[in-house]
Design a protein around this ligand. Structure first.
Ligand code: ADP
Ligand code: ZN
Length: 634
């Protein structure tokens, strides 16, 4: 069951403080700059009246005079010892000759000179040279700051200022080996050759063999692509350079390209080396207009292509790139001699998950009762990162509980934490809400238990979790299943809709809690009709194409509109039928539904065994009744 009022996460934007400070400083400078210049100029200036000037000349107080067309300025002998000498000035009276003044000055041996009056030279200087200069320097600073924020250089030569914010990482020795990567045997096999090449490039070049310059690691997030790349570097004992494609796209035009250039230069210096580009789709995305153009990205991509083509692979630089969206990559990247090797890093299967758990519990004290196989069974669909997280959560829980070792309960609880969020203590449901949630969950579980095709339920809970679930029903497949029959899927539909059916049957209401169930049921039904060819009406025609197998399996309808409408009708029919079946099943077992729901309300969490005990007791009772009936008749 899903809670619809989930809290919004706060946006975790980066701090804008340096920007704001620089911008404000610039603005202040622009506004008050001319005032500041005036202040400078007016230091030690004093305007006097014309007669004051004349008197000073007469008294022979004047040391030096400058005579312009419109004003006269002079220094006084009395100020000779001052550090900052006051310049006195006065407006020149129009039409009045200065013959007497000049004569007086001459007789007193005062230095005097005429000056050419231009405009105010200082303000000219300010507006034409200093202002643009300030502006320019400000812009430069801003660019630096932005470039550094979006990934400055980490190693020598790349970037300059702000190395601490580096996004290019270089590890001399990753210390990761294939032993740290569980499962993924096929991927490892493909990478062994590259390791050998890095060990001994001469062996290959001697024959004249050209090794692939790069390989593309393709797989869902968290499946261990970065880990594999690091392991390759670790196995080969070569330095590991890494950068993420998304770091490039926020930069200014040209910065990304130069960073690519520097990256390859650095790697070539210490070759053999591995260059790892995470999320290469961020720069390598197709230049089709379909995804919108972006100059910076194109430049960066072009530079990358040029570098890949340009470097001499015999030196031993191998580029590994990771993506979960190979289908949007530019074809140029995938051409022969570039990333022409594709290594699929799959979600782990049961054995892979078990191995991953083993790897991550290597350094963890496990209690006797721990059964990792069970955990592996319960975590179908989880990727390596989830499992690593799960083990760590379990260890944290053990510490919180003051225990010396991690036990099975820790692992199971943290499984719920990782999958369903931590138990939310604060949410208080009203009694009626709680009853609805209980019936809803038991509705799911009971349909699953009563239909023999279904997977057994391992746990039902109505304890709300922070992720927004108010309760959930956990199924544990007994074995990994790769094929589902139409019957399996039909039962799955009924089970998904069992929650809503129970609500409707018992309370006569429909709640928002079923929205996630309905979404999942609809998705499944749509797949059955448009991809699995399980509808008689549509037949064996595939109506949709899966465009992104590695990220979210999004499918796009690829058929005539009338066919699409027909498919919709089929989907609706499937859903309605399943809903009716679920409802009928629950109605026929109403006593059982009530009984288990009440028990769940009391205990809040019940196990699959407890559920099955109720179901089996009930069917035994029915058998007995039937037996009694038949003996009566005989
Ligand atoms: P990706 O790059 O595919 O998104 P990562 O390589 O970053 O995934 O994986 C994140 C973490 O998950 C790793 O650091 C590791 O702890 C764990 N992990 C993922 N896959 C595996 C695996 N096959 N074996 C062991 N640990 C794994
Ligand atoms: Zn539900």
């Amino acid at each position: 069951m899903q809670n619809n009022n989930q809290g919004k996460k706060p946006e975790n934007g980066r701090s804008n403080l340096p920007f704001i400070i620089i911008a404000v400083a610039l603005l202040l400078l622009l506004i008050f700059g001319s005032r500041i210049m005036q202040l400078f100029n007016s230091v030690g200036q004093e305007e006097v009246t014309y007669d004051t000037f004349l008197t000073a000349v007469e008294k022979n107080d004047v040391e030096q005079v400058e005579i312009g067309d419109t004003y006269i300025s002079y220094l006084l002998r009395a100020d000779a010892q001052e550090k900052v000498r006051t310049i006195y000035y006065t407006a020149r009276l129009p039409g009045v000759e200065l013959n007497d003044v000049v004569a007086a000055l001459q007789s007193n041996h005062v230095e005097f000179a005429g000056i050419l009056e231009d405009d105010d030279t200082s303000s000219l200087l300010f507006s034409w040279i200093i202002l643009p200069l300030i502006f320019f320097v400000g812009m430069m600073l801003l660019m630096r700051v932005i470039a550094n924020r979006s990934g400055g250089g980490g190693m020598g030569g790349i970037g300059g200022i702000g190395k601490s914010k580096a996004k290019v990482y270089m590890e001399k020795e990753t210390g990761v080996t294939f032993r740290d990567v569980a499962g993924q045997d096929e991927a490892k096999e493909s990478l062994v050759e590259i390791i050998d090449f890095l060990h001994n490039p001469k062996k290959y070049t001697a024959i004249g063999a050209k090794l692939p310059k790069g390989a593309l690691l393709v797989g869902s997030p968290g499946t261990g692509k970065t880990l594999l790349a690091k392991a390759v570097a670790g196995e080969a004992h070569v330095p590991f350079f890494s950068i993420s494609g998304s770091d490039f796209v926020e930069m200014f035009v040209g910065v990304g390209a130069s960073r690519v250039r520097d990256l390859f230069k650095e790697a070539a210096k210490v070759a053999p080396a591995i260059i790892f580009i995470d999320e290469i789709d961020a720069i390598g995305r197709s230049r089709d207009s379909r995804f919108g153009g972006n100059d910076e990205r194109e430049q960066t991509l072009n530079q990358l292509l040029a570098e890949i083509d340009g470097f001499d692979s015999s030196k031993g630089v191998v580029i590994l790139a990771a993506t979960n969206r190979p289908e949007i990559l530019d074809k140029a990247l995938l051409r022969a001699g570039r990333f022409d090797r594709r290594i699929v890093v799959d979600r782990p299967n049961l054995e892979g998950r078990y191995q991953t758990l083993l790897v991550h519990t290597r350094n963890i004290h496990l209690a006797e009762d721990v059964d990792l196989r069970k955990i592996a069974q319960a975590t179908a669909g989880a990727v390596g990162a989830d499992l690593a997280n799960l083990v760590n959560e379990a260890a944290l829980r053990a510490v919180r509980m003051g225990r010396q070792a991690v036990n099975q309960q820790d692992l199971l609880t943290s499984f719920e934490t990782v999958i369903a969020g931590t138990e939310k203590k604060g949410t208080v449901l009203t009694d009626i809400e709680k009853r609805i949630v209980a019936y809803h969950e038991v509705g799911h579980a009971l349909v699953a238990a009563l239909r023999k095709h279904s997977q057994p339920v391992s746990k039902i809970t109505i304890v709300p979790h922070t992720s927004g679930t108010l309760g959930y029903t956990m199924q544990m497949p007994e074995e990994e299943k790769y094929l589902d029959s139409k019957e399996d899927l039909m039962v799955q539909l009924q089970m998904l809709l069992g929650g809503r059916a129970a609500e409707q049957l018992v309370f006569g209401i429909q709640t928002t809690g079923a929205s996630n169930d309905i979404q999942r049921a609809t998705d499944l039904a749509r797949k059955m009709v448009t991809q699995f060819g399980m509808s008689d009406q549509i037949g064996l025609m595939a109506l949709s194409t899966v465009s992104n197998e590695y990220l979210d399996n999004q499918a796009y309808m690829d058929c005539a509109q009338t066919t699409a409408a027909e498919a919709d009708a089929e989907i609706r029919k499937l859903l309605n039928e399943s809903y009716d079946k679920a409802k009928t099943l629950l109605r026929d077992n109403r006593a059982l539904l009530d009984e288990i729901s009440l028990y769940l309300l009391q205990k809040e969490t019940i196990t699959g065994d407890e559920l099955m005990a109720y179901v089996n007791a009930d069917s035994a009772e029915k058998e007995k009744l039937k037996g009694a009936d038949s003996t009566d008749k005989e």
